[in-house]
Design a protein around this ligand. Sequence first.
Ligand code: F6P
Length: 345
Amino acid sequence: MPAGMRVGVLTGGGDCPGLNAVLRAVTRKGISVHQHEILGFRSGWLGPVEGLTMPLTLDKVEEILSRGGTILGSSRTNPYKVDDGVARLKATLEENRVDALIAIGGEDTLGVAEQLTHDGVPVVGVPKTIDNDLDATDYTFGFDTAVHIATEAIDRLRTTAESHHRALVVEVMGRHAGWIALHSGLAGGANVILVPEQPFSVEKVCTWVEQRFERQYAPIIVVAEGAVPEGGKELLLTGEKDAFGHVRLGGVGTWLAEEIAARTGKESRAVVLGHVQRGGTPTAYDRVLATRFGLHAIDAITEGDYGKMVALRGTDIVRVPLSEATASLKTVPLERYAEAEVLFG
Ligand code: F6P
């Protein structure tokens, strides 16, 4: 195994609890076991495009294990959408004598990593997303933290819903995949869970709401931001697209609360959890997963096993081709959703 390499590392896309734990593990093992130098790039792919660097030393990664966010900063920059982006990125890597790169991100960041591999850049990927929608890994770090935060919110909202006899709609993140909604909804005992994978009937939602009120309890409805009513469309906050073609979703919770109030005559309120779900300290599970991903990613780099992503399979960390990692999204299977549906109302 070659020791003494110069290894670049960056964090791209939405921030996610556990990113700093990966950076710490990569740096600690990279320096003390493999004698590498670790060069952080700031702000996702913008860093190597613009030459924004931050050397990662043992000192720099002290006390960051439990810190949310990323000390490197992040962005949704796509080097393939920036003028001369890839050429500039390659020039930065050459100027800084970077032998290989670790890219920590979700489908967009890893999609770029895969393209760069074909364009001759040695990259290893680390999966992150609170949405847990990457198909090639059983879990991504950040998801467990997001589910805990959403579950705690549901527990707290339940007490106020009961006191005021209101229906409470909780909008959680998840543009194409309803994992956060499904898991937090199950953990919080939600009376209705709505996911992007299954268009919902407003009439049916109102029936469940009424059933719950009939039992003298207040209903909690958990809805993923990307959930759509039957025959309807996703609700958008803005039509503007980011560098990866995504629009900003949001608003389905408020819309649904108004529909429920109009149809049932019951007071209904919506709470949008938004970025609270991505903020703050990671859970123990996410710290462990992120740390293990970091330790295995630096080994893959050292072995020259490029074009791969580290992934969780059962309890093992394995390597899968980046192409597999970005081929399809892991959405909630309809039978998993049906399992939960039994508990609605
Ligand atoms: O991919 C993670 C995610 O949190 C999605 O669930 C959400 O739609 C999106 O990021 C929001 O991104 P931003 O913070 O850029 O608005």
